[in-house]
Write a protein that binds this ligand. Structure first.
Ligand code: HEC
Length: 328
């Protein structure tokens, strides 16, 4: 009995120490999973708790041994009484909850019918059951009035409400979870910290083929306005994530880099546009015009008349030449 109580005390102390740590740890994950030091700390708490238990029980023993024999007897008696009281308290609660008649008094509640020697006792229903039953009745009445008399809300409405709540929660989550970015949601990052991070990722992974200034080598020039797989943050992000054309050497980086890292390095690549690398590689691909950009002036097609005009001009020039052959 004593040992079990000690054990429970130790477990509770360790759990409290753990709880405090998780509570003060400001992060989305569990401290115990991401911080190995937590285990060390909990181990120390555990050792201390055990040591304290041992000390206290040793102290008790010593104090007990220091008592005179009759005092020792009194102490033991006292302890026994206390223990009995405690057990009695639990027993009483149990008896109250079941409210069954003790076996010795069953004679009083036996019913006077008898089927082949099987007799029936008229025990009270256990109070825990009865009160549970009353509770369901109260619940049922409130439920009926709320939903069938006053039509609070229907199951369909409840469903829609919960979906809306979940939607809000998802939006909140997406705001904090950077790595949910994909090619549809990625936006150009302009913070200096993001671009520095992107530059570091570029230096660590990409310079072998694209050169440290993006001028190009095995891979194409990333600073010009010509793009093989499309420019702009979304296309660049997709090329980095999924790789270039088959067999060209640009692998898919999504296994190596996190989405947030790909967004950073993609933003860095976009920021290289217009810089002048030391040895620029000749342009590959086509000039890329951002269809969403408001400043893009799409060249108007020449109308038929303009075309005829310029043709006429050309012809007059030729005629003049033919008329004055000496000019040549
Ligand atoms: C092994 C060499 C190699 C490495 C390393 C490499 N690339 Fe490439 N990269 C290429 C090649 C080759 C292409 C051309 C792909 C194609 O033709 O489709 C390319 C294309 C690209 C493009 C598209 C260019 C365009 O014109 O459409 C981008 C953007 C790009 N790489 C960025 C990166 C980034 C960022 C990294 C580092 C995370 C990286 N690359 C690492 C070889 C490489």
């Amino acid at each position: 009995m004593k040992k079990i109580i000690s054990l429970v005390r130790i477990i509770v102390i360790v759990l409290i120490a753990w709880g405090i740590m998780e509570w003060t740890y400001k992060s989305e994950t569990w401290a115990i999973l991401s911080e190995p030091l937590v285990w060390v700390w909990l181990g120390i708490v555990l050792l201390f708790a055990i040591a304290i238990e041992i000390c206290v029980s040793a102290l008790r023993n010593i104090l007990f041994l220091a008592l005179k024999p009759e005092a020792q007897e009194r102490f033991l008696l006292n302890k026994k009484l206390k223990e009995q009281k405690r057990i009695q308290w639990f027993r009483n609660i149990y008896l109250k909850l079941v409210d069954s008649t003790p076996v010795e008094e069953e004679e009083e509640i036996i019913l006077d019918h008898n089927y082949d020697g099987i007799k029936e006792l008229d025990n009270n229903l256990p109070p825990w059951w009865i009160y549970g039953f009353y509770a369901t009745i109260v619940f049922g009445i409130i439920y009926m009035i709320r939903f069938h008399v006053f039509d609070d809300y229907t199951q369909d409405e409840e469903y829609l409400m919960e979906v809306a709540e979940a939607q809000i929660a998802i939006e909140e989550y997406k705001k904090t979870a950077k790595d949910l970015i994909d090619v549809n949601t990625v936006v150009l990052l302009t913070e200096a910290s993001d671009l520095t991070a992107g530059s570091n990722i570029f230096v660590a992974n990409c310079v072998a083929c694209h050169k440290d200034d993006g001028g190009g080598g095995i891979g194409p020039n990333l600073t010009d306005e010509y793009w093989i797989n499309g420019g702009g943050i979304k296309n660049v992000f997709r090329t980095i994530s999924e790789g270039g054309r088959d067999g060209k050497g640009m692998v898919a980086w999504k296994q190596t880099l996190k989405p947030s890292e790909m967004a950073q390095v993609a933003s860095y690549v976009v920021s290289l546009s217009g810089t002048s690398p030391a040895e620029p590689k000749a342009p590959e691909g086509e000039i890329w015009i951002d269809p969403d950009s408001p400043n893009v002036i799409v060249p108007e097609e020449e109308t038929h008349e303009q075309l005829m005009d310029s043709l006429n001009d050309e012809m007059t020039k030729t005629e003049i030449l033919i008329d004055n052959p000496t000019d040549n």
